[in-house]
Write a protein that binds this ligand. Structure first.
Ligand SMILES: [Ca+2]
Length: 216
């Protein structure tokens, strides 16, 4: 064989990998119904076991169905805070400038979504300020979204082709606009979706082809 004929399959395989990676690595959804419709299975932490107005020493070990995870805040105070009402409790921070972080998933998690908004010093909904979320996956890819004056129906969901590492929520506020980041109904999905499987298989096929071609 000439060097050209051994090189061509490599180029094709690399092109296939590049095509896979050029697709959106993290899809963003802005309503719960369409996010859940894109998942084959999922579990939700409602936070309804929290007591509004009560402080909780973080980090908290929590779960959505059988998926364990850690909820914590950074960088100012480790304390989390119950907000909302006794019939529908929310998770918030104790310092308005802190991020709420969800990570430490007990199994690989490919999708995460939640209602995200702000609450006031009493733990009641506050529509002032900007609520922002950011997710990071194992490929070190990030996706961020924000909403100005978010109400309690403001939803962000993310579906990744590699497992997620973290889901972070924060608020941005001004001098007279103190708003604590607040989360309700955190949904996690541990099963890769069909599109993710297809991309994974394409990548594996390409890698397998490279390995085979390199054997003497
Ligand atoms: Ca709730």
């Amino acid at each position: 064989m000439t060097s050209t004929s051994t090189l061509r399959p490599l180029v094709a395989a690399v092109a296939l990998l590049a095509a896979g990676s050029s697709q959106a690595a993290i899809q963003t959804f802005t309503d719960e119904a369409s996010f859940l419709a894109a998942l084959s299975s999922y579990a939700t932490d409602t936070f309804d076991d929290l007591v509004p107005g009560q402080a909780y020493d973080g980090p908290l070990s929590r779960s959505a169905g059988s998926i364990g995870y850690t909820a914590w805040t950074t960088p100012n105070s480790p304390t989390l805070y119950g907000a909302g009402s006794s019939s529908d409790a929310w998770l918030s921070s104790n310092n308005a400038a802190d991020f709420i972080v969800f990570d430490g998933f007990s199994v690989p998690v490919y999708a995460a979504g939640a209602y995200v908004f702000g609450s006031n010093v009493f733990g009641e909904h506050s529509s002032t300020g900007i609520t922002a979320v950011r997710v990071t996956n194992e490929a070190a890819e990030q996706s961020a979204s924000f909403k100005f004056r978010a109400d309690t129906t403001n939803y962000f969901g993310f579906l990744s082709d590699t497992p997620l590492v973290s889901f972070e929520v924060r608020t941005l506020y001004g001098q007279r606009n103190i708003t604590w980041p607040t989360v309700n109904d955190l949904t996690l999905a541990a099963v890769p979706e069909p599109g993710t499987y297809a991309m994974l298989l394409a990548g594996l096929a390409a890698v397998g082809f490279l390995v085979r071609r390199r054997k003497p």
